[in-house]
Design a protein around this ligand. Structure first.
Ligand code: NOJ
Length: 871
């Protein structure tokens, strides 16, 4: 079916599914177009030339089993890292170590706990975002990690309640694109491969995995399908992944969900068509943990590495491993595809500057903190030293402190801030203090006790320490001779009331809202939040305190927006701050902002709506397709977050991009200069026929497990066979024996030259898309003046209106963070590329600059568009 027809059908299907919970005939569901064969690497792609030359030299020496070893994880808890592939001892190549998380090293000691991605996005500061990525990369390098499983652009944050939104950056794709690119550059400059995840449409936790859902009593047979039309895919969900690819990301993790009813790790449209074809991605695609659902089919659909390698945790069986070896031997999967997998993996490795045999040893163990223990944890075998307790923190605490302060958004200030030697501070709320269980008391941070400084799930790390707000406030109080008393219990109202009604009290109320990954449920929140209210009756606490104390300052630590409607405009609520999830330096960071050591300049990276419904999107909390895959249509298209509210004409409480300072700024003198860039040039030409690297033996005897060389580990995934009597006997797959023609889609094993995608890069261009898209069409400048009394930083934002009936009112397309002294001016400069002013044309299957009148705006937020000019 043509994609256009699918687009036309998506709305009626939505209504049908929602009105009836019987299972829909698969043929009536949204579906994903096939795209085969899987585009092979382009060794001349800009920035990858050297890496591919080295990869070629290395891969050409490998046996088939060794190549397969690079592609297949050794099984859940088979080695020390959260995922590891097999090693190639013959060439001195140790197994590659993949480790969470996007904010610090999960399951390790002596590492830093950075702010969340969403929090650093609020800085709107490219340099800080880069430095955070670099620092995380450095720690991973020291500990022996090869692939850092982050950063995150999926979820992008389609639904405000989405459990993992905080791991990513912002529901605005431009901001997320900038942030993911800067993070990747930082991580990879430190010599570690970044892994942009979760590709794609992974917008909620409910129903992302069958086992998890069945465990909660939902009897579904397949994971949720995110049904995304082509235009929305390009203009919203794929957008930041373009930036990731352009930044040279080494790997991309495909997600648990289905996309248009095809699993994301075997979706040939999204992997072959979009990622490797249209974007020209040159690195490797790794599956999320247990997100692979087939062997040969996922191989030809573009998957390059399976994690953690077993079909499900600890089955001892793999879709690949032995079966991939056999699939190549019997011709089901062409050699070029496995060679391409190995080349892509090794090119990513060399691209970040690694050299075989010189990697730092893996010096930690994900499964225990014991110094000695089994190196093969699942099998409980190989006792040796497994934790070296190496301190990898360097001086990153200072950076985390700086980011914490520079990411704190001042949402309201009636002159209560900055504090200046207050006489009496009443600090109220559990969120100001420590957890009685310690900062790491709940596994993977799966509880909300004490101050909230990160969310829960695989996106967490262990705190080396956690400076709570009350810790830091007390030291400040000591300096200032401030009387300070804290009630760190949201429900101790009698005590709280007695304190705050005393003469002269300034009440600092700390509140929070948490969420995380779907395998942990906290207080009825199964990953995704069940509502947008504050936890621990935080809204009631604020209302109660502010009903008595006329100087109530609220600090929110949260994973996204909360509904502040009931209390934000009370005259007694004199200031509101959003401090995100600041990581280990939480207390020192908030004190900097409260006392004005740091003049706040951060901007909210999402919208604070008056009601949850105003966002126009919601989590699918109940299956809607009988026992089949729940169907999550995205009927809102590109209209999420501020685009949704703008489109519907709904006023938010605090708009995207909003944030106050202790000084004031004025905007003037907008200029727009058109460059001499030429016309858009669709890419032409062909990729040469699929290359192969080295030969392989077709004698099954050569693949027998080499018992004389090393012992067989229970449940460990190998590329070898255990018997050589026949291919069928050697296989682990009950369906083995079908020929490629019987179950692989047409064209999926073709090796002939193919036409390059007109919207994609040429063979020697930079990856990410057609190079014309990145040409600068306009340079925009504006003058910003600090009209206040103190030095500050301002975040001028550039928005564009593309002018079409289907376009959002405005789209963020540029920003900067500029320090300006009082009375001084600075020039904000932004460059608009062709991509920035284009729409995806579904018919043309390419980007176009439409004839609709376009306008550029510059201002301090998405709703304060002070300056404007036609383009
Ligand atoms: C599943 C999560 O979705 C992913 O983000 C993580 O990297 C893997 N588990 C490994 O822990």
């Amino acid at each position: 079916m043509q994609l256009r027809k699918f687009l036309a059908q998506i709305s009626p299907i939505t209504q049908f599914v929602i009105s009836d919970n019987s299972q829909v005939d698969k043929r009536d569901l949204a579906h994903s177009e096939p795209h085969y064969p899987s585009p092979w690497m382009s060794p001349t792609a800009q920035g990858w030339e050297d890496a591919y030359a080295k990869a070629k030299e290395f891969v050409s020496q490998l046996t088939l089993a060794e190549k397969v070893n690079l592609t297949t994880g050794v099984g859940w808890q088979g080695e020390q890292c959260v995922g590891q592939v097999g090693s190639i001892p013959r060439l001195g190549f140790r197994s590659l170590c993949m480790q969470d998380s996007p904010l610090g090293i999960r399951f390790a000691d002596y590492v830093s706990a950075f702010s969340s991605g969403q929090t650093v996005a609020a800085t709107f500061d490219r340099d800080l975002i880069y430095r955070r990525g670099k620092a995380m990369g450095e720690e991973n390098k020291i500990k022996g990690v090869d692939v850092l499983l982050g950063p995150v652009a999926g979820p992008i944050g389609r639904v405000a309640e989405g459990g993992r939104n905080w791991e990513g950056f912002s529901p605005d794709p431009y901001l997320t694109g900038v942030a993911i690119a800067e993070t990747i550059k930082g991580v990879q400059d430190a010599g570690v491969i970044a892994c942009a995840k979760h590709y794609i449409g992974n917008e909620q936790e409910h129903f992302r995995q069958v086992g998890e859902s069945v465990g909660r009593g939902f009897n579904i047979s397949d994971t949720i399908s995110s049904n995304i039309d082509d235009k929305t895919m390009h203009e919203l969900y794929l957008w930041p992944f373009v930036d990731a690819v352009r930044a040279g990301v080494g790997s991309i993790m495909c997600s648990y969900n289905q996309v248009n009813n095809s699993y994301a790790c075997q979706n040939s449209k999204t992997l072959n068509g979009l990622l490797k074809g249209e974007l020209g991605f040159q690195g490797f695609v790794m599956s999320d943990w247990q997100a692979q659902h087939s062997g040969a089919a996922s191989a030809v659909a573009g998957l390059d590495m399976t994690m953690p390698g077993d079909t499900e945790f600890n089955t001892g069986l793999s879709f690949w491993g032995t079966n991939l070896t056999l699939a190549v031997l019997n011709g089901t999967v062409p050699q070029y595809r496995v060679d391409d997998m190995a080349m892509r993996i090794m090119a990513a490795y060399f691209k970040v500057g690694r050299t075989v045999g010189n990697e730092n040893p893996i010096s930690f163990d994900s499964w225990t903190r014991d110094t000695y223990g089994p190196i093969h944890f699942a099998a409980n075998e190989g006792n040796q030293q497994i934790n070296w307790h190496i301190d990898a923190q360097e001086d990153h605490g200072d950076l985390i402190h700086e980011i914490g302060a520079k990411s704190t958004v001042l949402l309201k200030n009636n002159g209560a801030l900055p504090l200046n030697k207050p006489k009496f501070l009443a600090v109220i709320g559990e969120d100001a203090g420590p957890s009685p269980l310690g900062p790491n008391g709940c596994s993977d941070r799966g509880c909300d006790k004490g101050t909230l400084a990160m969310g829960w799930g695989s996106g967490s790390a262990d705190f080396p320490y956690l400076i709570t707000p009350i810790d830091a406030l007390q030291f400040q109080a000591l300096d200032d001779h401030t009387r300070i008393e804290a009630v760190l219990d949201n429900y101790a109202w009698t005590t709280t009331e007695a304190l705050i009604k005393q003469e002269g009290a300034t009440a600092l109320v700390f509140v929070n809202a948490d969420s995380g990954e779907g395998y942990i449920e906290v207080d009825g929140n199964a990953g995704d939040r069940k509502n947008l209210t504050l936890w621990g009756s935080g809204d009631e606490l604020i209302k109660n305190v502010s009903s008595i104390c006329n100087n109530t300052i609220v600090v929110i630590h949260s994973v996204g927006p909360t509904i502040v409607t009931d209390w934000y405009d009370s005259p007694n609520v004199t200031a509101i701050l959003w401090a995100g999830l600041p990581g280990q330096e939480s207390g020192r960071a908030i004190v900097d902002v409260l006392y004005g050591t740091v003049n706040p300049a951060a901007r909210t990276p999402f919208t604070w709506a008056a009601k949850a419904e105003d966002y126009g999107t919601e989590i699918l909390y109940e299956p809607n397709n009988g026992n089949g895959a729940p169907q999550q249509d995205f009927p809102e298209g590109v209209f999420i977050d501020y685009r949704a509210l703008d489109h519907a004409g709904i006023d938010p409480i605090f708009e995207f991009g909003f944030g106050l300072s202790y000084t004031t700024f004025e905007y003037s003198d907008l200029t727009v200069a058109k460059t001499s860039a030429g016309e858009y040039q669709p890419t032409t030409g062909q990729a040469p026929e699929a290359p192969t690297f080295g030969n392989f033996s077709t004698d099954l005897d050569d693949y027998l497990f080499p018992e004389s060389s090393f012992p067989y580990i229970w449940q460990y995934i190998y590329p070898y066979v255990n018997t050589t009597s026949s291919f069928a006997d050697a296989s682990q797959d009950p369906e083995y024996g079908q020929s490629a023609d019987e179950f692989l889609p047409p064209g999926s094993t073709d090796s002939a030259a193919f036409d390059l995608n007109p919207a994609g890069p040429g063979l020697s261009d930079k990856s990410g898309g057609n190079p014309s898209l990145f040409e600068v069409l306009y340079t925009v400048t504006a003058t910003i003046t600090n009209t206040g009394e103190i030095a500050g930083e301002e975040v001028p934002q550039l928005y564009v209106s593309l002018g079409g009936a289907d376009d959002p009112k405005v789209l963020l397309r540029g920003f900067d963070r500029i320090a300006i002294d009082p009375g001084c001016t600075a020039t904000f400069t932004a460059e608009l590329t062709r991509r920035d002013v284009s729409n995806w044309d579904v018919d043309a299957q390419n980007w176009v600059v439409t004839d609709s009148p376009k306008t550029v705006y510059v201002g301090p937020s998405s709703r304060k568009l002070t300056l404007s000019a036609p383009l």
